[in-house]
Ligand binder design. Structure first.
Ligand SMILES: Cc1ncc(COP(=O)(O)O)c(C=O)c1O
Length: 363
């Protein structure tokens, strides 16, 4: 069987060696005679898997001891409500940046719980740039400041970590986690769905400073209460055991490959190959300006929706799958997560060159 190159935005391609290891351990995890899928989450074997996963994540991301690390269910979307329920209990105010579909959804959800101010947005240009912040717009009495570092649908990245004074910073890093080093100490909370760079779907990581939560809202569901989850070691109920195990295998792979500095080089190399081609193409364009471009998610367009559809179809037939853009944007999007080898991007660009040659005469 030949594996296609999978450019899905998530769930996404995983390193082949990780899948092979999971396959080899499927029926017998380290001599236990059991699959990890079958183990009790209270067993010593699984507790070790969970502890090892947390230790690896702390080591790779350089997470200090004064931060809690949680592995929960519910996805990043559940945190859109859990964040205000845990944190918006002082002034009842929070400041949000709306830089794409995901921060827009997070903002909309937070508006159900308190007074939300949008301090910057790039919606005027369909989110195809990273908005700049004006510090004077931040409210010094806000309970927290929220933004999404890498907008998966629109392909922009906010590189500047804002100066918010004493206001805690909460950041969605779903689609850029593990792609390059992130200084966790600059944030009070970072979180995300793991189904892009970290694991299959099913687990959400939450990394937050101990003492951040003063008093959650009275009606917060127990499962969304971060401090209660931390006290229970992410095990208030049955955790997503197998996904956590897969996360451990991915983290082992990242460590062996050289950690986040090595991932950064890989990410930059892959992104450069694709953006260079797009910037010089006669039929394809990348909508995000150079300084705001995501290394992980590359949206692009051809000259018409019809040609976009033809390209996506031809690419799929040639072994490049999941290149169709998000339903809200149209066009195409190539996600270049860690599991995508450099050769995959090189092969895609070769294919695009051929497609361009065949179609530019019709433009
Ligand atoms: C940046 C970002 N935030 C949040 C989400 C929502 O994640 P989930 O599906 O885990 O709720 C996604 C999903 O693609 C995302 O890319």
């Amino acid at each position: 069987m030949t594996r296609p190159y999978n450019f899905s935005a998530g769930p996404s391609t995983l390193p082949e060696s990780v899948l092979n290891k999971a396959a080899a351990q499927m029926l017998d995890y380290e001599g236990t005679g059991q699959s990890v899928m079958e183990m009790s989450h209270r067993s010593e074997e699984f507790k070790k898997i969970l502890n090892d996963t947390e230790a690896l994540l702390r080591e790779i991301m350089n997470v200090p001891d004064n931060y809690n690390v949680l592995f929960l269910q519910g996805g990043a979307t559940t945190q859109f409500s859990a964040i205000p329920m845990n944190l918006m209990t002082g002034s009842g105010k929070a400041d949000y940046v709306v830089s794409g579909l995901w921060s827009k959804k997070a903002t909309k959800e937070a508006q159900r719980y308190g007074d939300i101010k949008i301090v910057a947005t790039s919606e005027d240009k369909n989110f195809y740039y990273a908005p700049k912040f004006d510090k004077s717009q931040f409210r010094p009495d806000a309970d927290y400041f929220y933004y999404c570092m890498n907008e998966t649908v629109h392909g922009n990245i906010i590189r500047e970590i804002p100066d918010t004074g004493n206001v805690p910073i909460v950041c969605d890093i779903s689609s850029c986690v593990l792609s390059e080093p992130i200084d966790v100490t600059k944030f009070d909370m970072v979180y995300g769905g793991a189904q892009k760079n970290m694991a299959p779907a099913g687990v959400t990581f939450i990394i937050y400073k101990k003492g951040l939560i003063k008093k959650p809202m009275d009606l917060i569901p127990t499962m969304l209460d971060y401090d209660k989850q931390a006290a229970a070691g992410s095990m208030l109920n049955t955790p997503p055991c197998y996904t956590i195990y897969m996360c451990k295998l991915v983290l082992e792979w990242v460590k062996k490959a050289g950690g986040l500095e090595a991932m950064k080089i890989r990410s930059e190399t892959k992104a450069k190959i694709l953006y260079n081609f797009l910037d010089n193409s006669e039929i394809f364009t990348a909508p995000v300006p150079k300084e705001d471009r995501s290394l992980m998610n590359v949206p692009f367009f051809s000259t018409s929706p019809e040609l976009d559809a033809e390209f996506v179809k031809a690419a799929r037939e040639a072994g490049f799958v999941n290149l169709k853009g998000h339903s809200s944007t149209g066009g195409m999007r190539a996600s270049l997560y860690n599991g995508m080898p450099i050769e995959g991007v090189e092969a895609l660009v070769e294919f695009m060159k051929k497609f361009e040659e065949e179609h530019k005469k019709n433009v």
